[in-house]
Design a binder for this molecule. Sequence first.
Ligand SMILES: *Cc1c(COP(=O)(O)O)cnc(C)c1O
Length: 370
Amino acid sequence: MSEEPIPLARPVIGQAEEEAVLEVLRSGQLSLGPRLAEFEEGFAAFVDAPMASAVSSGTAGLELSLRAVGVKPGDEVVTSPLSFVASANVCVIEGATPVFADIDPVTLTIDPQAAAAAVTGKTTAMLPVHIFGYPADMAALDETGLPMVEDACEALGARYGDGSKVGSRANPAVFGFYANKQMTTGEGGMVTLGEPALKELIDSERNQGRSPDMGWLSHERLGFNFRLSDIACALGIAQLGHLDEMLAARERVAGWYAERLAGIEGLGLPCPDQGQARRGWFVYVVQVPAEAGRDETIGRLAEKGIQSKPYLPAIHLMEPYRERFGYREGQFPVAEEVAARSIALPFFPQMTEGQVERVSAELRTAVGRA
Ligand SMILES: *Cc1c(COP(=O)(O)O)cnc(C)c1O
């Protein structure tokens, strides 16, 4: 029994999800039906946002948001090197240059001072990432006066330093619904917004440039197909129905980890919440002691049936970024050091205290610390 494999992540899908999806299948209207607006409104209400646009993925939402705030080819976008690669990729795909700024060693989000120092005459936006669910310091970043696009794909349920919910600010904030996120639609994403004009633009560009009141084959601008199907929206609505419980369960699991991992010397744990800021628990990421070795630790856990992975590698050191922009080792030392030691441990709402105990004990052995 104790050798049963422990996966990295697992969604919580129940009867409500099954019934919601079946209902859409039986309705005959699989996309652009009534579930779209219902999901958008329900999600916006959950994060205290005035409005939201559902899209086919978090990545699609980031790309449409950059376009909505006016980023054009040749522009520079200041962003974090410690993120999932999507947040930098969308800048490149839109023809902009991702200009990285190093991270804060405690919160691991972009350092506001480094971000301000990276601004040039070509900078037209910032793309802060609420990494591992911890909110970036938006109040400090706002002092640059630049348009913001928030990557909130890991931060559902988080609160900014002023206590308000991540996603409730006027600028676009992007959430993702891949199967390992706090809630899932299989694939999917959502952009929360404060301005009707931005929602209109995003709704149009996700749907081939069609405007809401135009006929199917009239297009006033170019666009993509970044739509989210009614099947996925129905799944999302059902997930919203028990999102509070799922978030609370993640927080409970994080608490068990914090207790059991606290005594391991040299192991870096997620930072505690500062002031009114709250982490939205998405992953449980630790930094292993340098001598233990990140990949060796992952290998040792795997031998015990415990899944873990390097999370996250620094983006600027990835081949396309080295080649295209000339990024290299040593430019963002804090991010590089954190990335070199970070692993994500198994973490999901239905994880038991016994499973956390087993992972913690095996991690302790793997890093060779009493
Ligand atoms: C998951 C994630 C995304 C994008 O998600 P997709 O829905 O897979 O496109 C973007 N940024 C971060 C930090 C993420 O964790």
